[in-house]
Structures are given as structure tokens and as C-alpha cells.
Design a protein around this ligand. Structure first.
Ligand code: IPD
Ligand code: CA
Ligand code: CA
Ligand code: CA
Length: 274
């Protein structure tokens, strides 16, 4: 419980700092391609959280998108998996719709998840076995829905990939409608709040899903990769998260009939990550 409260406080404080400096000019750099941006605020926020954690818990391990813990190979001890700003493109273009995301794992077991919607000052948090909250309001267990009467979310980029589009198109077609929010962590939270029924994506890194996964599972969501396998918290993977019924429908009707093709796509995409 101590770690939980501590995490809550340092995430709130990091978010407050972002809000207070939101109008300052950003230093923007590109990473893997011209659309993969990182700002001084992504880096400073990771640094701030890292320093806070290490000052109180020097023995804890920290894996962050912007460079910390890239040598971590196992889940022993207390492991913080953090994305200092999830939704950097929203942060740069919109100055809203981004989140700080942290998942805490103890000896490989899920312990707590945090997704802080910074500009709306909404902290989504969950303690395994105890439930999930939006600030101090407990989130209800989510309800089952079927695809044809559901809102789902995904990144439209995946529809442009030739092999994948064959699998994705019929899903988009059958759903009531599709949303694209631009922050994976908030996509998990939307499912946890029941305002969307599922979120699908072909590739997320551990820091994108470590926090949201715990929040969503705490209210009854099912989270696997597109092949129905459980996620390894240290590896990139595809993701389907949804209420139990829609998750089952997506897997059995849309993904598993294309198992061989999906396995091929996974091998191509994840061969560098093992
Ligand atoms: C990205 C966002 C986006 C998802 C990308 C992620 P970042 O994280 O979560 O919604 O589609 O796959 O990389 O880079 O903004 O932290
Ligand atoms: Ca990024
Ligand atoms: Ca991210
Ligand atoms: Ca990020």
C-alpha cells in the first residue's frame, strides 16, 4: 500500500508540472521516423519520476520509454514500467489527450496500474484484487457487449497494412463505429470505463500497456495478444483488450481463423524483440 500511495503522489506531481509548463516552447526531436516524436517534456518527466522513485526506493527497477532500464531482462524485485507521456503526438499537436502511464510489478506479479489523464486531472488507478478507480470514484465491472453494437478503438494505420487489412477490415465493418484516440494507455482506460468495448492494436511496447492492463483487468476486461496468448510484460506485442464477450468474439470469429497469417505477421514484426 505504501508503494501505491507513493506512486499516486509522484505521478500527480509530475502531471501538475506538465500542466504548469504546458504553454512553454517545446524542444522536439524525431526518433525512428519523422512522425515518431519525443520532446524535452517526455525526457524530463521520465527523469523526474525516475529520480523520485530512486530517492525513496533505490533497490527498485525502472523501465521507461525514454531510456531507463533498457538492460532489464527479468522481472525480479519491484519493477516500475513507465511511459512518461503516452500520446506524445497529442501532447505536441493538441496539448491534451495524453497520459502518464505506470505499471508496477513485484517479482513478475501485477501489483498496481496508473494512467493519469494529465490535462483533465483524472487519475485512473488500480490495485490488484482491490478494484480500479477514477480519482476516488470506484469503476464498475464492465458489461458484456457484442461487436455489432459496440464502439471499438484502434490506430487506422493498421488498416493500411496489406496483410493485416484483410483481418482488420471486417472488424471495422461489423463494429458500430471505430475511434482513434492516439494514446494506448487511455485506450485501455476507455475500455475500463466501458465507454469503448474493445481496443485492438498490432504493436505496443511494455510501457504502453503495463499500467492500463492492470486497470482494465481489475474491472473484468480480458487482455491478450491477437493470437489469444497472455502478454509478456517485458516484450512488445499485439493487443486485444475488451469485455469478455467481445474479446471472445474477436478472437474466435476474426483473429484465430487467420492464425497462420497472424503468426507470420507476429514473427516478422517481433523477430528483433525475440
Ligand atoms: C504511442 C501511443 C499510440 C500508439 C503507439 C504508441 P507514445 O505511444 O500510445 O496511441 O498507437 O503505438 O507508441 O509514443 O505517444 O508514448
Ligand atoms: Ca514515443
Ligand atoms: Ca506510449
Ligand atoms: Ca511515450
Amino acid at each position: 500500500m505504501e508503494i501505491y500511495k507513493f506512486a499516486y503522489q509522484i505521478i500527480k506531481e509530475a502531471g501538475r508540472h506538465i500542466r504548469e509548463t504546458i504553454d512553454e516552447e517545446l524542444e522536439i526531436e524525431t526518433k525512428s521516423n519523422p512522425n515518431d516524436l519525443v520532446t524535452n517534456m517526455d525526457k524530463e518527466t521520465e527523469e523526474r519520476l525516475f529520480n523520485n522513485i530512486k530517492a525513496t526506493y533505490p533497490e527498485h527497477f525502472i523501465l521507461g520509454e525514454e531510456g531507463h532500464g533498457k538492460d532489464i531482462e527479468n522481472t525480479k524485485g519491484v519493477l516500475w514500467i513507465m511511459d512518461p507521456i503516452d500520446g506524445t503526438l497529442n501532447f505536441v499537436h493538441q496539448k491534451e489527450n495524453f497520459a502518464i502511464s505506470i505499471g508496477i510489478y513485484i517479482d513478475g506479479k501485477k501489483y498496481a496500474g496508473f494512467v493519469y489523464d494529465v490535462m483533465n486531472d483524472k487519475m485512473y488507478h488500480a490495485l490488484v484484487g482491490k478494484g480500479a478507480w477514477q480519482n476516488d470514484k470506484q469503476l464498475k465491472q464492465i458489461e458484456n457487449t457484442e461487436l455489432k453494437s459496440s464502439l471499438i478503438s484502434t490506430n487506422p494505420l493498421w488498416l493500411t497494412k496489406e496483410k493485416l487489412s484483410k483481418i482488420y477490415m471486417p472488424i471495422i465493418d461489423e463494429a458500430r463505429s471505430t475511434r482513434a484516440y492516439g494514446s494506448a494507455a487511455l485506450d485501455f482506460v476507455h475500455v475500463a470505463r466501458g465507454i469503448t468495448s474493445a481496443y485492438l492494436t498490432m504493436r505496443l511496447h511494455p510501457w504502453d500497456f503495463a499500467g492500463g492492463l492492470i486497470i482494465a483487468e481489475e474491472v473484468g476486461a480480458v487482455v491478450t495478444n491477437l493470437l489469444g496468448q497472455s502478454l509478456n510484460i517485458l516484450e512488445a506485442n499485439s493487443i486485444v483488450v475488451g469485455n469478455k464477450q467481445i474479446h471472445d468474439e474477436l478472437l474466435t470469429q476474426y483473429f484465430l481463423p487467420h492464425k497462420a497469417l497472424l503468426e507470420e505477421i507476429h514473427t516478422e514484426r517481433f523477430k528483433k524483440n525475440g
